[in-house]
Write a protein that binds this ligand. Structure first.
Ligand code: GRG
Length: 303
């Protein structure tokens, strides 16, 4: 049973990677021409860096769990991964985490320079909007739904979500946050985009409200579990396994689940959230299959 689940996660992640990477590579080629110069190259470099594509996999699984069937859904997944990529480019900058390595490669500002990487990061935001609009057309979604999906994605990426969470995280460096504040940081900087991936899958399939709400609640719990697993990996993994420097949370004196609950306590909390995430789906009779397997993978991943 556990083996079957891990095979299905491996298949789904590799499908998500293949589809998303194919689309992002096409956009990278196009933008390299359109933008030109070092800025165009930096944009293409960032878009081509090989991520795990967990958000894309969640979006595909959510879409299919509520009856979506079109292959054009991969464009919506690519739009989410583009917002995520922008956040990584900026997160690595010297004014934030100041990292040299990302996804096993030099960070964009190391491969180019800080000004070029900053610009490339900003440019990725309207690129994400273009990718989303193109895919909504291919999915033949009504304009109103495209508008709602754009709102979902960019709200999650904004002050109420990812940017707000990152802001709080930067402010909190060298301060020991109590658990409720740490949850707010994690839900914003990481959880919001993961939650939106699940909601967007449901919106693209035009799921009924109760199922959409269940996907959102699932995404909220899985998003927090993802960041808890990230805290654990930062404390226990190697830079080689992670493709980015390990042990940065301690160096930057960041508050983490590991700091508050210890490694075992953090792992147990991630598992609790996974169970609750699955229960949201069950209550609304959303098939658990791939989404359940992905939630399990997210909490116990090794990279
Ligand atoms: C101006 C305050 C301000 C913010 C700008 C930089 C930024 C926006 C937000 C940072 C958000 C961030 C990087 C959160 C961490 C999320 C996280 C755990 C990333 C790692 O995700 P993975 O493991 O990475 O899915 P891959 O490489 O596999 O895609």
């Amino acid at each position: 049973m556990a083996e079957a689940a891990s095979a299905s996660v491996t298949d789904l992640l590799s499908e998500a990677r293949k589809q998303t990477d194919g689309l992002l590579n096409g956009w990278a080629e196009r933008l390299e021409q359109e933008v030109g110069g070092r800025e165009g190259q930096a944009l293409a470099y960032a878009l081509r860096t090989p991520g795990k594509r967990v958000r894309a996999a969640l979006l595909l699984a959510a879409y299919r769990a509520v009856g979506g069937e079109s292959p054009a859904i991969s464009g919506v997944a690519a739009a989410v991964e583009t917002v995520h990529t922008y956040s990584l480019v900026h997160d690595d900058l010297p004014c934030m985490d100041n990292d040299d390595l990302r996804r096993g490669r030099p960070t964009t500002h190391r491969a180019f320079d800080v000004a070029t990487a900053t610009l490339a990061g900003y440019l990725l935001v309207p690129v994400a909007a273009r990718i989303l609009a193109t895919s909504a057309r291919q999915l033949r979604l009504p304009t109103q739904i495209l508008g709602e999906m754009a709102e979902e994605l960019f709200d999650a990426g904004g002050i109420e979500g990812m940017v707000g969470g990152q802001w709080l995280d930067l402010e909190a460096e060298r301060r020991r946050l109590p658990l409720p504040e740490l949850i707010e940081v994690h839900r914003g900087k990481t959880g919001a985009l993961i939650r939106a991936s699940c909601t967007l899958g449901g919106m693209a399939a035009q799921a009924p409200t109760d199922r959409l709400e269940a996907l959102t609640a699932y995404g909220e719990d899985v998003g927090l579990a993802f960041q808890i697993a990230d805290d654990v990996l930062d404390a226990t993994g190697t830079s080689e396994e992670l493709g980015k420097p390990a042990g940065r949370d301690a160096q930057l004196a960041k508050s983490t689940y590991v700091g508050l609950l210890g490694i075992d306590g953090a792992r147990a909390e991630a598992q609790r959230l996974v169970q609750r995430a699955v229960a949201h789906l069950e209550r609304a009779q959303v098939p658990v299959g791939a989404l359940g397997a992905l939630a399990g993978y997210i909490a116990s991943r090794t990279s």
